[in-house]
Design a binder for this molecule. Structure first.
Ligand code: COI
Length: 354
């Protein structure tokens, strides 16, 4: 399929001060779009000016939340080149989410071609300062105007771009996490592994309560026993415990994070042992108090590698290490971002240049 490029009539003002970039509120001039219809497949791929959509009020996404998305980033590297980080992994995960949500798949190579074409046109939106990047949000929504509950017969796929800085307001300073045993994010057999909007909508109540109490994020426990760590709001989580790295296993209830996978690889490269197993809240508290739990950090495209300073469970708060970014966390952050920005050799072939 050839991608049509529609003319841009107006350009938005460019970023004046990159130090003011937050996360996800500023969008570039153009977006990629294409539609799907049962019997016809994907059609009309185009790059068009970024603009609101017109949607039928009855369309399926607005009623039954048939929606999926991805998050990846483009980086402006030291040598001036533009790079993506493991983009095909994102499009493959997008297809896994599509299968779970009964939506049509997209050819990953075509999605990557469309993204690269869009990035070539929007390259001057990629910020230059350290720690900034262009966040990429591929999305699919169900557009059939029908109120019966069944998979839609029509879909819209689009990619929007947003220049970003740090995801958290405090930059990369350690986050305070509230462990929720009242709310759960996902259940075995549910949609926890899919990157679908409903999972995030369901998390808002707990996030709001956590924010009101002064926390940055919620740590979700397993839905069955409410004892074991699953993941944090916008990131997977790892613990440096007794010299090993412990992280929750992939068993359908947590996101198979691409940053998680990459970080586990980097940890193996460092010769550290990894245990993918369910860690209990009791172990977090005991470990923090005894000093066996030395570091905790989240991983995610938006969050990168974020140190955790404190966990609070019911009325107990424990500090991890000295409450500052630990040595391993710092090293992983530097190595991962070093690979992304071209300062560290890409030994795993994760970087895809534009
Ligand atoms: C990402 O890290 O890209 C995510 O999707 C998290 C997001 C919901 C902000």
């Amino acid at each position: 399929m050839d991608i049509e490029i529609l003319p841009l009539t107006e350009k938005k003002p460019r970023i004046q001060d990159e130090s003011q970039l937050g996360f996800g509120s500023l969008f570039t001039d153009r977006m990629f779009l294409m539609e799907y219809e049962e019997g016809r497949g994907w059609h009309s791929p185009r790059i068009a000016p970024y603009a609101p959509f017109s949607l039928d009020p009855a369309c399926a996404v607005l009623h039954y939340a048939q929606e999926i998305f991805e998050g990846l980033k483009a980086f402006r590297r030291q040598d001036g080149e533009i790079a993506l980080f493991r983009p095909l992994d994102n499009f493959e995960r997008f297809n896994r989410s599509a299968r779970r949500m009964c939506m049509p798949e997209i050819e990953p190579a075509f999605a990557l071609k469309a993204l690269k074409q869009l990035l070539q046109l929007e390259a001057d939106w990629i910020p230059r300062s350290e720690g900034t990047s262009l966040y990429i949000r591929p999305t699919m929504i169900a557009t059939d105007p029908y109120l019966g509950v069944r998979p839609s017969l029509k879909y819209l796929f689009y990619i929007i771009l947003s220049p970003v800085g740090a995801y958290y307001k405090g930059g990369f300073s350690p986050v305070k996490i509230w462990i929720s045993d009242e709310y759960v994010r996902s259940t075995p057999g549910g949609t926890g592994e899919a990157k679908t909007g409903g999972n995030y909508a369901a998390s808002l109540r707990a996030s709001m309560e956590a924010t009101a109490k002064g926390f940055d994020q919620v740590l979700w426990l397993d839905a069955v026993e409410r004892k074991y760590v699953e993941e944090v709001g916008s990131m997977n989580i790892c613990f440096l415990y007794d010299g090993k790295v412990i992280t929750s296993p992939l068993k359908g209830t947590i996101l198979d994070g691409i940053t998680r996978r990459s970080i586990l690889n980097l940890i193996k490269d460092m010769g550290l042992e990894i245990e993918e197993r369910a860690l209990s809240v009791a172990e977090i508290i005991d470990g923090a108090e005894s000093g066996r739990l030395k570091e905790a950090f989240g991983t995610g495209t938006a969050a990168v590698v974020s140190p955790v300073g404190e966990f609070t469970y019911r009325d107990k708060t424990v500090t991890i290490g000295d409450g500052e970014m630990g040595e391993l966390t710092g090293k992983l952050y530097e190595t991962l971002t070093g690979i992304q920005y071209g300062k560290v050799a890409d030994r795993h072939g994760w970087v895809e240049k534009l």
